[in-house]
Design a protein around this ligand. Structure first.
Ligand SMILES: Nc1ncnc2c1ncn2[C@@H]1O[C@H](COP(=O)(O)OP(=O)(O)OP(=O)(O)O)[C@@H](O)[C@H]1O
Length: 302
C-alpha cells in the first residue's frame, strides 16, 4: 500500500498542448486518499487527456502528475496503486470474458476473485463468450468488473457508464459505494451531472482544459436547475409577477400563451402562481451539463 500521507492524485500546474490545441491548461488539484472525486466536463473539455497524463500515457507539456506520491511517468511504480477503465474498452478478441478477466487480474495490483465472481453475476456478464462477440456495453462491464475486483487503492474510471443500461448503472453505483467503504479512492470522469451527484463527495469542473470549479456536493446542487415550459389556455397578464418569485430566473415569453423559466430550489411559489391560471401543458426538464456550463461559465470564459 502507498503511504497514506500523499494524496491519491496530485496534479500540479499540469498542461498539455496538441499543436494549436490547449487540451489541458495549468491544472492543479489534489484528491486525498479515500475520496470519490467526480471529474466533470462537456465533450472535449480535456478529461481524457488529464487521465492519460495521470496514467503516464501522455507526456505533459507543463507541470507534473503523481499517484500516491509516485510520479506518473514512473509507470511501473505509479500503476501499482491503480486500476483503470478507459472510455473505449478494447479487449483481446479471441479470449473469452473470463480469460480477459484472468489476464487483467494478472497485471493489476491484486484481485479479490470471490468478489470478482460476485460482480460477474451482478453485472449480468456471460464470461464464457469471446470478447469479439461482446457489445460495447459488455466490454465495458468486463473492464469494470476487473477494476472493481482489484484492491488497488485508486480506481481511475473514464466515462465508464456511457454504454450501460440503467440496471447495470445501478450496480455500478453500488460498486462505487462498496469501493469507498473499503477505503479505495475513486477518480471518476463523467459528463453526467446526475451520475456524479449520486456517487461523488467532491467534484471538479473542467471547461476548455481549465478547472473552473472544485466544489462539494452541496455547492454542486446549486448548479442544478430545472427548465420549465408553461403553455396557457388564454393570456394571463397577472403571471408577469412570476419573474420575481424565489428561485426563478430567465423568464421568457415565447408567445403570449407560452413562457419558459429556469427554476432553482423548491418549486412551491411557482406552482402556487401557476395554480391560479389556466395551464394546458407543463414541461419540466433538467438541462444537460453542457447547457449549465454555458449558462454559468460561458460569459465568464468569453
Ligand atoms: N492526440 C490528440 N491530438 C490532437 N488533439 C487532441 C488529442 N487528444 C485530444 N485532443 C484534443 O484535446 C481536447 C480535449 O480532448 P479530451 O479527449 O481530453 O476531452 P474529453 O473531456 O475527454 O472529451 P470527451 O468527453 O468527448 O471524451 C479536444 O479538443 C481534443 O480534440
Amino acid at each position: 500500500m502507498a503511504p497514506s500521507a500523499a494524496p491519491a492524485v496530485l496534479l500540479d500546474s499540469l498542461g498539455k498542448r496538441f499543436g494549436a490545441t490547449e487540451a489541458v491548461v495549468d491544472l492543479s488539484l489534489a484528491v486525498p486518499a479515500g475520496e470519490v472525486f467526480g471529474f466533470l466536463g462537456p465533450n472535449g473539455a480535456g478529461k481524457s487527456t488529464t487521465i492519460r497524463l495521470l496514467l503516464g500515457l501522455l507526456r505533459p507539456t507543463t507541470g507534473r502528475a503523481e499517484v500516491f506520491g509516485d510520479a506518473a511517468d514512473d509507470v511501473e511504480r505509479a500503476h501499482r496503486h491503480l486500476a483503470y477503465v478507459p472510455a473505449d474498452v478494447a479487449l483481446w478478441p479471441g479470449l473469452t470474458g473470463r480469460e480477459c478477466l484472468d489476464l487483467l487480474a494478472g497485471v493489476g495490483p491484486g484481485t479479490d476473485t470471490a468478489y470478482r465472481d460476485e460482480l460477474v453475476e451482478r453485472f449480468g456478464l456471460d464470461p464464457g463468450k469471446r470478447a469479439r462477440a461482446y457489445s460495447t456495453g459488455n466490454r465495458q462491464k468486463v473492464a469494470l468488473v476487473a477494476a472493481f475486483a482489484t484492491r488497488a487503492p485508486l480506481l481511475v474510471l473514464d466515462e465508464p457508464t456511457s454504454g450501460l443500461d440503467p440496471l447495470v448503472e445501478r450496480e455500478f453505483r453500488r460498486c462505487i459505494a462498496e469501493a469507498a467503504g473499503r477505503g479505495q479512492t475513486v477518480f471518476l470522469s463523467s459528463h453526467q451531472l446526475a451520475e456524479v451527484e449520486a456517487v461523488c463527495t467532491r467534484v471538479g469542473i473542467l471547461r476548455a482544459g481549465r478547472l473552473v470549479e472544485v466544489a462539494g456536493l452541496e455547492e454542486l446542487r446549486r448548479l442544478r436547475r430545472s427548465e420549465v415550459t408553461v403553455e396557457l389556455a388564454r393570456p394571463a397578464p397577472g403571471l408577469e409577477r412570476i419573474a420575481g418569485l424565489p428561485g426563478v430566473a430567465d423568464v421568457r415569453w415565447t408567445t403570449p400563451l407560452q413562457l419558459t423559466l429556469a427554476l432553482t430550489g423548491p418549486p412551491r411559489a411557482v406552482l402556487r402562481a401557476l395554480g391560479e391560471v389556466d395551464v394546458v401543458r407543463l414541461d419540466v426538464r433538467e438541462p444537460s451539463l453542457e447547457e449549465i456550463f454555458l449558462d454559468y461559465y460561458g460569459r465568464a470564459a468569453a
